[in-house]
Ligand binder design. Structure first.
Ligand code: DHE
Length: 809
């Protein structure tokens, strides 16, 4: 299975190379063994080093001691016929066999001369194209190359110059700069920060016109300041609107050595114009990029298995299991290979301001692991398996059948004021008494629990893990326990229940539904037992150009109060499905075309309208649940992320629903009252600036004076643990911001049943005793801290029973 998959995905070459590199390692002591592959870039062939110090280098410089046995193995790419020829000092040549078929290999072995010298190697089929390099024997250095033999004269120009050009490209890739910017000569074209194609000229004009307000006097000083203290001056225009504070990571300068920093500044100052020199003289970045598009780096089987699992657990949520992108950008090899291992690893390590977590800085992935992941991302994505209804049934466990459960609440506690708190990295949820703050029970649920929703009566809590495992907890028990379990997919984010009661029937506590990322489907379950009843694929065609999408993931699901319907948001096709559950084995589905990348959303205060973020499209789609129709699509800021949003009455514009953003530092409010305030309906009526971007959640309560908002994914650790409140009476600005703790990230809010207290999670690290995480409880009236529930393992989402049942937010 594995080898056929590899061959299908074109990885046979890597497999072969892996064996050869392994052989090379096994031969240590008998002299160097180098592995070179053939790659094509800029319309020419090149040798590319595989493994060791020459990994990824174009026409690498090889070295050997005097008299050592040198073995060089060549692997064909499947295009053209190739060989490798070494020219000895006496003019004789050591020539390999020809190779042409993809993965075919040949080796040459010879004894290095017993003198300091330089040997040229070249490809006899493409000698004129610069497919050549050198082997340095003994103590000879690269600078001495050039006068040894006529064949070697041409060599230095074809080498990857250890020159400034190389340094610049590598430094820019190390900083992951092209993840956010366009920088000529370096692969990648980010659209978060300004396009730097002419930055030298732009800065010059900016300094002359007096637009600039920092302390720099020259273009170089300006650029250095922009890297070292990015917020000293904010450039006016970014590709998606005005540039924001706190977006460019201040840590970049620490990542670069001083010579790298100087080279990058000098290069940027030379733009436009300097880029020609970079590409032509160095010839490195484009060549490397082009070569890399045909060659993926190597991973051992163990590294591959680790990367595959880690990607699934940590990355697939945003980038898609097949890496076709959604909340995060697509990561298919055509896009990742030009960025190269260094560039990708830098992004993985440092994160980006558009919400990519800084896995390295957080200590979750080591430098070495980020590099393995960077290499994995340049390979074809392995396709995970499907899951049938029969397989789901096989996983189903009815631990306590309905007839054996209590018929009335067995607890004296106010169970409707329980909070079900996700303990993300423990794979558990804590049931916490909202009156006493006692942990009533901690129950095992799925891996990296995502959300909890309550049955319409509130009695049952349904907890979904990222691994698609669903656990159902009976809150009427003295000590709430899991009464049923099932796995409906391998990767899930959403669960909801049937809430409708009306002329079409009473469906309360009858059904549940899970929404899956992989396989892309939703599953209808018996709400009392979790028996899987029906699976429906979400594979379909996009609303934009009608193209087929193989992995349209099911994002948020909400239960309508108007009809026996679930609102199922299909991310990559941009369709909002209204799924009628009155006949769950034969569900009628109304497909409403909305916008690509639907993610999370909630209802307006009347529960008639549903607002959902099409996050990478920077839009909010609005559906009328009474009329089952699309009301509009509203342009908002970069990457809206409302959670379920926040409903409140704006003093000027009436009822509004608000969303913060991942990609910009703002909270935007949309009018939701088409009858009372028709002018404002489905338009952004207000935008409030936050101290930073990276916000995931917002919350309020009808009784509250405040709107609470986090900045959990901000790359600045202080902002990431800071929360802010906006006063409803003066919503033009943030009223107050403060740090929730001295470590971790502050994330997600929930009110108690009375609407008088706000719970905030401080999301720590599971392996840091004392800093694993806590819940901080505030008095909503005074904003004073009331209590802390300490030593919880990575608490994230919290769901109050009463508020979740009644959609209060
Ligand atoms: Fe979530 C809601 C998906 C990352 C905590 N998250 C949702 C929903 C979706 C979703 C589709 C809406 C469910 C619904 O209403 O039916 N989340 C995703 C992702 O794809 C993403 C971006 C990446 C991933 O790999 O999962 C992601 N989410 C996170 C986190 O990193 C958070 C902060 C911590 C965690 O659990 O990993 C996180 N998501 C939450 C929470 C909610 C949520 C707390 C529910 C908010 C609410 O109040 O309803």
């Amino acid at each position: 299975m594995k080898s056929s998959l590899w061959i299908r995905s074109g990885l046979f070459l890597l497999f072969l190379a892996g064996i050869l590199v392994a052989c090379a390692q096994a031969r240590n002591g008998t002299g160097p063994l180098y592995v070179l592959a053939i790659a094509r870039g800029e319309g020419r062939y090149h040798y590319v080093g595989l493994g060791g110090d020459i990994d990824g280098m174009i026409n690498p410089v090889l070295t050997a001691k005097r008299g050592e046995t040198v073995t060089v193995t060549l692997i064909a790419s499947g295009q053209g016929t190739h060989d490798i020829v070494f020219v000895l000092p006496d003019g004789k040549e050591v020539k390999s066999d020809e190779v042409s078929r993809r993965g075919e290999s040949t080796s040459v072995t010879f004894t290095a001369p017993d003198q300091d010298t330089v040997l040229t190697y070249y490809n006899s089929f493409y000698a004129d194209e610069g497919t050549r390099g050198v082997l340095l024997v003994g103590d000879v250095s690269l600078e001495e190359v050039g006068e040894v033999s006529p064949t070697q004269e041409a060599t230095p120009a074809a080498l990857p110059p250890q020159s400034e050009a190389n340094l610049i490209v590598q430094a820019i890739q190390k900083g992951g700069c092209t993840a956010c910017h366009v920088i000529p000569g370096v692969a990648g074209a980010g659209t978060i920060g300004p396009d730097l194609s002419a930055i030298g000229q732009v800065v010059k004009e900016r300094l002359e016109k007096g637009e600039y307000t920092g302390t720099a006097r020259t273009v170089e000083e300006y650029l250095l300041e922009a890297i070292q203290t990015p917020d000293a001056f904010i450039a006016p225009q970014c590709p998606t609107g005005p540039c924001g504070k706190g977006v460019m990571p201040p840590t970049l300068a620490q990542l670069l050595a001083s010579d790298e920093l100087t080279a990058v500044v000098k290069y940027l100052a030379s733009l436009p114009g300097g880029e020609v020199a970079l590409v032509e003289e160095g010839g490195v970045s484009e060549v490397e990029g082009a070569a890399a598009t045909e060659m993926a780096p190597l991973l051992t089987e163990e590294e591959f298995a680790w990367a595959k699992q880690t990607f699934f657990e940590r990355c697939a949520g945003c980038h898609g299991t097949l890496r076709k992108g959604a909340t995060g950008p697509a990561l298919t090899p055509d896009l990742t290979r030009p960025k190269g291992t260094v560039g990708l690893a830098a992004i993985i390590f440092n994160g980006t301001t558009r919400g990519m977590p800084d896995w390295g800085k957080q200590g979750i992935l080591s430098q070495e692991q980020t590099e393995i992941m960077a290499k994995f991302l340049q390979m074809e994505p392995p396709e995970p398996p499907e899951m049938s209804l029969e397989q789901m049934r096989a996983s189903w466990q009815l631990l306590v059948p309905p007839q054996e459960r209590p018929t009335s609440p067995q607890t004296q506690r106010d169970w409707e004021n329980y909070f079900i708190v996700t303990l993300r990295d423990a794979g558990q949820v804590a049931v916490i008494d909202g009156n006493t703050y006692e942990i009533v029970n901690t129950v095992d649920s799925g891996y990296a629990v995502h959300i909890t929703r309550m049955s319409a009566s509130g009695r049952y809590a349904y907890v979904i893990g990222r691994d698609g495992r669903l656990a159902m907890i009976d809150l009427w028990m003295e000590k709430p326990e899991v009464v049923a379990r099932v796995q409906t997919c391998y990767d899930a984010r959403s669960v909801e229940v049937s809430k409708y009661e009306g002329p079409e029937g009473d469906f309360r506590d009858k059904y549940a539904i899970t929404g899956c990322y992989w396989p892309p489907h939703f599953v209808i379950l018996d709400g009392q037992t979790l028996e899987p009843l029906k699976v429906v694929s979400s594979r379909s065609y996009t609303v934009t150009d009608g193209s087929y999408h193989p992995e349209p993931r099911v994002a948020s699901i909400l239960a309508s109060h108007y009809k026996p319907e679930w609102i199922v948001n299909v991310k990559e096709t941009g369709q909002i499905w209204l799924v009628n559950y009155s006949d769950p084995l034969n569900p009628a589905i109304k497909m409403i075309g909305a916008e690509l990348f639907l993610h999370d959303g909630g209802m307006d205060a009347t529960h008639r309208y549903f607002l959902v973020a099409a996050n990478q499209s920077n839009k909010i789609a609005v559906v009328d649940l009474k009329e089952s129709s699309l009301m509009g699509i509203v342009d908002v800021g970069a990457v809206p992320h409302p959670g379920r949003g926040a409903n409140w009455i704006d003093p000027e514009f009436g009822p509004v629903w608000s969303t913060p953003h991942l990609g910009e530092a703002s909270v935007m409010s949309i009018g939701t009252d088409p009858e009372g305030h028709p002018e404002q309906a489905w338009k952004v009526v207000r935008s409030v600036e936050l101290p930073g971007s990276g916000s995931l959640f917002i919350k309020t309560h009808p009784k509250s004076r405040w709107i609470w908002v986090d900045m959990v994914l901000n790359s600045d650790p202080v902002l990431a643990r800071t929360i802010c409140v906006i006063a409803k009476s003066d919503p033009s600005k943030v009223y107050k911001c403060w740090e929730v703790g001295s470590y971790g990230r502050a994330v997600h809010f929930e009110y108690n049943k009375e609407g008088t207290q706000v719970w905030v999670s401080l999301w720590g690290a599971a392996d840091k005793p004392g800093e694993t995480g806590e819940i901080v409880i505030y008095d909503d009236e005074t904003l004073e801290e009331i209590a802390r529930i300490l030593n919880l393992i990575t608490p994230t989402g919290k769901f109050n029973v009463y508020n979740t049942v009644n959609d209060i937010y």
